[in-house]
Structures are given as structure tokens and as C-alpha cells.
Design a protein around this ligand. Sequence first.
Ligand SMILES: [Fe+2]
Length: 231
Amino acid sequence: MSRMTRRVLFEGACASAVGHLYGRHRTSCDPSLETEEGPFFPVEDIPPTNDLTRVAEKESIALGDVIYVAGAVVDFDCVPVPGAAVAIWQADRNGRYRHPDAEGQDLLDPSFSYFGRTLTDEEGRYVFKTILPKPYIFEGLHRARHIHFEIVRQGFDRRVSEMYFPGHDDNRRRRGDDVWRSRDPARRAVLISSRMSEPQRDAFRITERGAPAFCMNFQLSSDLALQTQPG
Ligand SMILES: [Fe+2]
């Protein structure tokens, strides 16, 4: 399959994400915004699972509202990148992280996998099933609902980023998210996911009715790739 064909397929799958909340349109090929790991990057091995609502060898299911987060990883030319390792980590329904430096480690949900990782498929797509994280306050900073991402693929720079949810009042009420507000106003809209349409859900084979699905794409960069691009 040609690079152009694959690019067209990708753009039909999960494109036209629009940052309604902040009044800025963005396309699927806007460069991703690099963010920080933050204080709660997992110190444990991240399990190879894209379903955070379950924990191995447990029958019970995580507490909270089930959601799907899906999207594509593309290169500098907006062509999908297969085989990229996508990891996420996030707060639970009570705003708690699984991390020795986080408060409330004795109150964690034993049925929630607080992090997981998966590989992008041939079309550069990934899907996670998880729960809606709760906003939290850390060291005086108000954090809206968000999910952290790490994307690793040989030949590209490691990408650390995060996603917010569209239309959540906690993004704009009062102060909003203090960390988001501190970012470049011209770029920060790329951190906001979009609600998936039915055709987009179908494209990602998300069949669970009643569980909202959010689209979040990422673009990888590489110093080497930039040097070798023609023209
Ligand atoms: Fe966080």
C-alpha cells in the first residue's frame, strides 16, 4: 500500500478533530505537543494490556464510567506508524494515581489497572478501554480530567503527551486546568480529544454501546527523518 493511500485511509478513520471548547480547529496532522511525564509516571512495569478496566486474575471490573480512547500515531508526513508502543497512565474515578508519591495508595481500586500499553496496528491505530478519570488538585494546581501518554517507536523520538476531554465543565469553570493554561495558547488545543462519531467508532471496532469514545492522534518526530526528507 502506498504512503498516500495509507494517509487517505488514516484521515478517513479518525480525522477532523475539532477543539470546540477552546474555539480552535485542528486537523489530524497537527504536530503533537510534547508535555512532561508529570509526578506520577509509573514506577512499576506497565502491563501489556489495552483494557484498564480489568486486572489480571481478578473477576471484578473497575469502578467508574467506562470510556474508550483511540486514535492513530502518524509520522512527520502524516503517514500511519505501525508497531508503535503506546502507553497510558491516569487517575481513577476518585482522582488517585497508582504511584508511591501519590496520596491515598491504600484507597486504590484493586480492579483498575492504572496503566497499560499496546501496539499500533498496520494502520497506526491504537485503542484503550478505560474509565473516565476524575479531576484532581496536586500541589495547588487544579487538573481537569486527563490521560497521560508515552509513545515509543524505533527511529522516532520518544513522545510524551497527554489528552483532555472535550466539553467537560471542569476544563473551563473557574480557573480551568492550571497546567493546560500555562501552555502555548497557539498550540495547546491539540491536547484536547474529540468525541468519536459512529463511523469512527466502527472504524476502530468499538461496539460497546453507551460507552463514550474519544479520538486522540499523535504525531512522531525524528531529527533523522527531517534531515532525510526530500526537498
Ligand atoms: Fe496527571
